[in-house]
Design a protein around this ligand. Structure first.
Ligand code: KIV
Length: 259
């Protein structure tokens, strides 16, 4: 087993797993110092490409950004999302996952789980491709946002799904937008670590979309804490640059190439 994955597994019930998304080398290089896991998420659809859902992200898109991210990664576990439609049956999933692993040299892939794709996880794991599962609000399969695990029936379904994913061989699982009660229960019942997003502090780790927590994406649901406001910082810099160019204050002689 990949030694980075071993380290992630050892954190269960001991220390929290820190994870964020990245789509480029420059951001990955900074996050790598702090994160246990860096995810190249298909959230790039919303964040980078201005699309309203994640459905149009292609294998080529995810590979291109992951190759860039990999250059910035030294120590953290690099996980790459499989785009919608690329793992709709086990054979197709294996071919595409192999392509992602080979071209990006990532450590693992993530797939959004539904009750029909446990066989996909099983086949990938059997072929030595480490898999991170993803349950709850899964944007590739659900069009409308909903808090998951609000009734006993929903909680039992989530628990059952999570157990199936664990049995299929996944090394961890993202819990997206689960009630605190459901997240706590799933985390307690699984041996593999849970990584929460919008799912309370009861998970074994946390993930956020980096552009959201930096205040850059313009998407700030209740579960997102903005750690800074990059929108404001960039705007201020762009405004100052504009003024200086117009007033011929930039570039001054200091920036002339020939002294
Ligand atoms: O695509 C993504 O960034 C994700 C995280 C939100 C878990 O799947």
């Amino acid at each position: 087993m990949n030694s980075k994955i071993k380290q992630i597994l050892l954190k269960k019930n001991k220390s929290k797993i820190v994870s964020l998304t990245a789509y480029s080398k420059s951001v990955a290089k900074i996050l790598d110092k702090y994160c246990d896991i860096v995810l190249v998420g298909d959230s790039m659809a919303n964040v980078l490409y201005g699309q309203k859902n994640t459905h149009k992200i292609s294998l080529e898109n995810i590979i291109q950004h992951s190759v860039s991210v990999k250059i910035g990664i030294k120590k953290s576990l690099l996980v790459v999302d499989m785009p919608r439609g690329t793992y709709s049956d086990p054979k197709k999933a294996l071919k595409n996952a192999r392509t992602i692993m080979k071209k990006t040299r990532c450590d693992a892939i993530k797939i959004e789980s539904n009750k029909n794709n446990f066989k996909v996880i099983e086949l990938l794991v059997k072929n030595k491709i480490p898999v991170m599962g993803h349950i709850g609000y899964t944007p590739q399969f659900k069009n409308k946002f909903k808090l998951e695990g609000q009734t006993k029936k929903e909680i039992n379904k989530l628990l059952e799904e999570a157990k199936f994913i664990e049995r299929a061989g996944a090394f961890s699982i993202v819990l997206e937008c689960l009630t605190a009660h459901a997240a706590k229960l799933v985390t307690k019942k699984l041996n593999i670590p849970t990584i929460g997003i919008g799912s309370s502090s009861y998970c074994d780790g946390q993930i956020l979309v980096t552009d959201d927590m930096l205040g850059l994406s313009g998407f700030y649901p209740k579960f997102v804490k903005k750690y800074t406001n990059l929108n404001r910082i960039i705007e201020k810099a762009a405004k100052k640059y504009t003024r200086e160019v117009k007033l011929t204050k930039f570039p001054t002689k200091k920036y002339f190439l020939n002294g």
